[in-house]
Design a protein around this ligand. Structure first.
Ligand code: GLA
Length: 387
């Protein structure tokens, strides 16, 4: 892969001297959805698929970007003086946002760069291709200039860029899962204080299968920000009755006791999801520690039901994939993953059932939705690295 990337870099930018090749993973969240901006827990893992990048410093202020995934766009030029988000800049808003965020945080970028990317995460699939590009860019800048930032800081800088440059009010999960990824492990992260532990995922006789609905979504034009503000309003209403900083502080019983403080049925459902999903995530990790994969699977299924009925972020495509999976032999658990409104599902499937899972669900999806779903049997990989 490294040679292929460098060869293309040379074709695009004239020479590849002094260029280095890097990799940052994508992520999948096993459980704990729409909890990260509610002070709750998440349980994502980094994947072995992700974004490859080749980069070299320039001796002027120019920025030249090229993506093998958007070959038709050619080389997109900008400069360190032009770090503003704009629609026409397309995918380059992600690396530009990170350059901007470093400067905002007082780390001056002394010169421009040539950056080429190649991603093997399906685009807009909800496996965090954008967070992968953000963490990759931060990792490259640290490698170039020796900035004193940890991998956790790279996650926070990526999120800062996403929130303030690209104006998507995302939580910390994606960038954290990518920057802190560990091979064979999922990350049990408490987003209230960023404390975390690594949990080994040893699925004896089963694998993680991702089904991509091919229904494109972008967080910016989705209802993501709307869900977030519904939760914020519900929190304000609950705070009239109980002193809490976030929905993640409530357990189910306390929520039921105070839920009448929320004036609107829709907001009450949103808050209920955030509270119950957080508790489910804690219980799912406990189940895993006891090697109770069946219970883990049941909690995944319950997570989907809640995202479908209370949080209302699934849609026909994701529901079809998941509901077909539930009917399929050898499926331990299945749910949508990521923001929703399109994107992917994640399922735990017994080894011997994987082929029929792909065939059966693929056919049912095509028949009902009218276009194909794609399936990926994935491995849990590590964080960003130099190749
Ligand atoms: C997106 C966001 C995350 C998280 C998920 C939903 O992936 O970027 O911060 O909120 O949606 O769990």
């Amino acid at each position: 892969m490294k040679d292929k990337i460098l060869k293309r870099f040379q074709e695009v930018f004239g020479e590849a001297d002094n260029a280095k090749v890097y990799f940052a993973p994508g992520r999948v969240n096993l459980i704990g959805e729409h909890t990260d901006y509610n002070g709750g827990h998440v349980f994502p893992c980094a994947l072995t698929i992700g974004t490859y990048g080749a980069a070299r410093k320039r001796d002027d202020n120019k920025l030249r970007f090229y993506s093998m995934n958007f070959d038709k766009l050619g080389v997109i030029e900008s400069s360190l003086e032009e770090l503003k988000a704009c629609k026409e800049a397309g995918w380059t808003n992600y690396p530009k946002g990170v350059l901007w965020a470093f400067e905002e945080k007082g780390m001056r970028i002394p010169c421009g760069m040539d950056l080429m990317l190649y991603g093997n995460i399906p685009n807009g699939s909800g496996l965090s291709s954008s967070a992968s590009v953000e963490v990759l860019t931060g990792f490259i800048l640290r490698d170039f200039y020796g900035f004193d930032v940890s991998n956790q800081d790279l996650a926070l800088i990526g999120q800062y860029a996403e929130n303030h440059f690209n104006k998507v009010n995302c939580g910390i999960m994606d960038q954290f899962a990518i920057a802190m990824g560990k091979e064979g492990h999922a990350i049990f992260l408490d987003t209230a204080d960023l404390s975390y532990t690594y949990a080994p995922i040893a699925l004896k006789g089963a694998k993680i299968v991702i089904a991509c609905s091919n229904k494109k979504r972008g967080l910016g034009d989705s209802k993501y920000n709307e869900r977030r503000s519904e939760c914020e309003m519900a929190l304000e209403e609950l705070r009239k009755k109980t002193e809490i900083k976030s929905l993640g502080e409530l357990d189910e019983d306390t929520f039921e006791k105070f839920q009448s403080a929320i004036q609107d049925d829709v907001r009450r459902k949103r808050a209920k999801h955030a509270v119950y999903e957080n508790r489910r995530t804690i219980r799912a990790v406990e189940a895993l520690q006891k090697n109770d994969i069946a219970e883990f699977g049941k909690l995944m299924n319950a997570s989907h039901v809640s995202l479908r009925d209370d949080y209302e972020v699934t849609g026909t495509e994701l529901d079809t994939l998941v509901e077909e999976a539930w009917k399929t032999e050898g499926v331990i658990g299945s749910r949508m993953t990521g923001a929703g409104f399109g994107g992917c599902t994640v399922s735990i499937v017994k080894d011997e059932a994987i082929d029929s899972f792909i065939e059966k669900i693929g056919a049912a999806y095509l028949a009902k939705i009218g276009y194909k779903a794609d399936f990926y049997v994935v491995e849990i990989g590590g964080g960003p690295k130099v190749l």
